[in-house]
Design a binder for this molecule. Structure first.
Ligand SMILES: Cc1cc2nc3c(=O)[nH]c(=O)nc-3n(C[C@H](O)[C@H](O)[C@H](O)COP(=O)(O)OP(=O)(O)OC[C@H]3O[C@@H](n4cnc5c(N)ncnc54)[C@H](O)[C@@H]3O)c2cc1C
Length: 402
């Protein structure tokens, strides 16, 4: 008989795990997925495209209902799990229902961080995490609307770009002295800022939010330097926090996220965690690729096969149409590294490679990113550049011909 496997969270990691289980452990488990959002699992990455009007919400669905049925999965969505009873091996739902498990997987993702500043709970302050947030932004958006986006990371920039596409007057405020400081150096960040400004977005750097102000709803955002930005909507995109509450309350080992080993197993051998809620070797990831790699490893482990996840070298692509940006590995470099730069101000392109011990350690591509997969492969494999060295900055076509 199949053992009951309960997955809490119906996001991207959960959907991939079900797919991988079908490949590695078909029929071994009776899978049940519980999700708090009232939808089938969807591709969260595409929310930026929905906001920018490039696709509809329905098009983000990862798999149709018929696929889930064909996998034999029981779906319980629109209901939240509120506790894990480890003694009885049951997941407890908000309506009191109890779901017995032999194996439990936490795939609860992250929550947006809420700034602890006055006014952040006023109507008109939204995060950028799910369909509901995008719906709220689109409902408010339009040429008569003034929006302030807090946060100049990937999400904040995509929110600002998407809102600007609706004609909304957008100001992006960022605490740091450059945009996407965790993915870009100063030169690429300056190019990105210029591209956003061309789109009509006002970018304020070194700008710290003091408070959101308004009588019953958002009317302005005040900065600590005293400037007041009149606005109708505030989008808060200041980061995410792993959603590890259930695990913490169940007494599992926690750091920032749910601590797992290389088999994605928590401090309880029958409970696993994958995706953004998991903390592996001290790292909580905020991107989808690690979540997918963890799902593949866990499926193999649950199938009784040898499997180990050893971490992911991160790569970031900004999804802003017409402004291709890619960054991976150690793009700033350290003492002793060689840095190779190729810039073409006329074309608005910039390419930076960091070489260490004869291999590629990091890269930034701005304006033209077709070669990104090749550079990423060089970074991840760590293979010596050898004869590629002389022309590596020009991309695979020239470097490999040379
Ligand atoms: C606008 C946007 C753009 C992004 N762009 C990129 C990108 O370009 N590249 C990239 O790699 N990543 C991107 N990301 C991040 C990416 O979407 C996440 O890394 C990915 O979704 C993580 O998958 P997950 O399954 O861990 O979490 P999620 O997809 O967030 O799924 C977790 C699910 O669990 C549910 N849940 C939580 N607690 C409970 C509970 N107690 N009971 C039941 N259900 C619960 C949540 O409601 C949620 O549906 C983006 C994210 C956003 C918001």
């Amino acid at each position: 008989m199949s053992e009951p496997l309960v997955i809490i969270g119906n996001g991207m990691a959960a959907a991939r795990l079900v797919e991988e289980l079908g490949r590695h452990a078909l029929g071994r488990y009776a899978v049940l997925v519980v999700g708090a959002e009232p939808h089938l699992a969807y591709n969260r990455v595409l929310l930026s495209s929905v906001l920018a009007g490039e696709m509809t919400g329905a098009e983000t669905e990862l798999k149709p209902r018929s696929w889930w049925e064909a996998q034999g999965v029981t779906l319980v969505y629109g209901r939240r799990a509120v506790a894990i009873d480890r003694d009885r091996k049951e997941a407890v739902l908000e309506d009191g229902a109890r779901l017995p498990y032999a194996k439990l997987v936490l795939a609860t993702g992250s929550d947006p961080i809420r700034l602890s500043k006055p006014g952040m709970d006023l109507p008109g302050v939204v995060a950028f995490r799910d369909h509901q947030d995008v719906g709220a932004m689109l409902a408010a958006a339009g040429p008569a609307t003034r929006a302030v986006v807090i946060g100049g990371g990937l999400l904040g920039i995509e929110a600002a770009w998407g809102l600007a596409a609706t004609g909304t007057q957008v100001t992006l405020v960022h605490l740091m002295d450059r945009l996407m400081e965790r993915q870009l150096d100063a030169e690429a960040a300056a190019l990105l800022k210029a591209a956003l400004e061309t789109r009509g977005i006002t970018v304020l750097l070194g700008a710290d939010t003091a408070a959101v102000e308004g009588d019953g709803c958002v009317e302005a955002l005040r900065l600590t330097d005293g400037r007041v930005l009149a606005c109708d909507i505030v989008v808060s995109a200041v980061g995410i926090r792993p959603n590890a509450l259930l695990a913490r309350e169940a007494g599992l080992d926690n750091g920032r996220g749910v601590v797992v080993d290389d088999r994605l197993t928590t401090s309880d051998a029958d409970i696993h965690a994958i995706g953004e809620c998991a903390e592996h070797r001290g790292t909580c990831y905020g991107l989808v690729e690690p979540a997918y790699q963890q799902a593949a490893t866990l499926a193999r482990h649950l199938a009784g096969r040898p499997a180990a996840y050893e971490g992911t070298v991160l790569a970031t692509n900004l999804k802003v149409s017409g402004v291709p940006v890619f960054s991976a590995g150690d793009f700033l470099g350290r003492e002793g590294d060689e840095v190779v730069i190729w810039r073409d101000p006329g074309l608005g392109t910039y390419r930076k490679l960091v070489l260490r011990d004869g291999a590629l350690a990091g890269a930034i591509l701005f304006g033209e990113t077709a070669d990104a997969p090749w550079y990423l492969d060089l970074i991840r494999s760590g293979r010596p550049l050898d004869r590629l060295r002389d022309a590596v900055i020009f991309g695979p076509a020239l470097a490999e011909a040379a």
